[in-house]
Design a protein around this ligand. Structure first.
Ligand SMILES: [Zn+2]
Length: 272
């Protein structure tokens, strides 16, 4: 997807990313400007999926031909992260700006769609921050340990390649930023809600220390498209137990189980 398309069709771009339905070509997104998040009524809809039961994660690959990669892929996410190599590059250069608060309950998670202009630069590749959203419990595990929640920051570069940053959330101190989000999160699936007069900065959800795990994986929701560049921070941030519970009231469990590593390597990058 080209930047010009992103600018021309911001809603389509956001909606595609919202559902994490990854359309490799810009024309597809342009053809479907009304593509909506999973859970919301949409024309030309993706098949219904859930986390448990007959349409649950174990069966995603059988629900539709377009979900086949969920079953047949060799680079699926999430994984249990056990690093096999270390490096000091590349560093993650977050250039996030404040954004208006645009929040949506898409039936699978609470997602915050981010205003254009915030980027993550990796190895001089520029990725735009499209949105961030939450899972409970965490999808990735760090050395076999799951956390209470995990936040995913979804970025895309001019060629349409995705880079997702994962941040573990563990129960501890109350998080003021999360309070702002939760106070405005729609209780039922529906369209994006624009909150007047509230400005947010996603940067505050990132841990201070920049050590992260790098590996090549996939979307963790159907259609499980591969070639996602994953960066998962080693350090968690804290939210209160009450904040975890408030999210679980809407989404008791919205995490895909860990997938086989197969022939992939995971690198621990301790960039400063
Ligand atoms: Zn996610």
């Amino acid at each position: 997807m080209r930047v010009s398309r992103l600018l021309l069709y911001p809603m389509a771009a956001v909606a595609a990313a919202a559902s994490l339905a990854f359309f490799p070509g810009a024309s597809r997104a342009a053809d479907k400007p009304k593509a909506e998040a999973h859970g919301a009524p949409a024309a030309g809809h993706a098949p219904h999926w859930e986390y448990k039961g007959e349409a649950g994660a174990e069966n995603w690959g059988k629900l539709a031909e377009e979900f086949a990669t969920c079953r047949t892929g060799a680079k699926q996410s999430p994984i249990n992260i056990i690093s096999s190599a270390t490096a000091t590059q590349p560093r993650l250069d977050f250039r996030y700006q404040p954004s208006s608060l645009r929040i949506v309950n898409n039936g699978h998670t609470i997602q915050v769609n981010y205003d254009p202009g915030s980027t993550l630069v990796i190895d001089s590749q520029v990725y735009q921050l499209l949105q961030f959203h939450f899972h409970t419990p965490s999808e990735h595990m760090l050395q076999g340990k799951a956390y209470d929640m995990e936040a995913h920051f979804v970025h895309r570069n001019a060629e349409g390649k995705l880079a997702v940053v994962g941040v573990m959330l563990k129960a501890g101190a109350d998080n003021g930023f999360v309070n702002t989000l939760w106070a405005n999160m729609p209780k039922a699936a529906g369209p994006e809600k624009v909150v007047d007069g509230v400005t947010i900065d996603a940067q505050v959800l990132l841990p201070e220390r920049r050590t992260y795990f790098l590996y090549s994986g996939s979307l963790t929701t159907p259609p499980c498209s591969e070639e996602v560049r994953w960066q998962v921070f080693q350090d968690p941030i804290e939210v209160s137990a009450g904040q975890v519970a408030a999210f679980k009231q809407l989404f008791p469990m919205n995490a895909r189980p860990v997938q086989p590593l197969k022939s992939r390597a995971v690198t621990a990058v301790s960039a400063r």
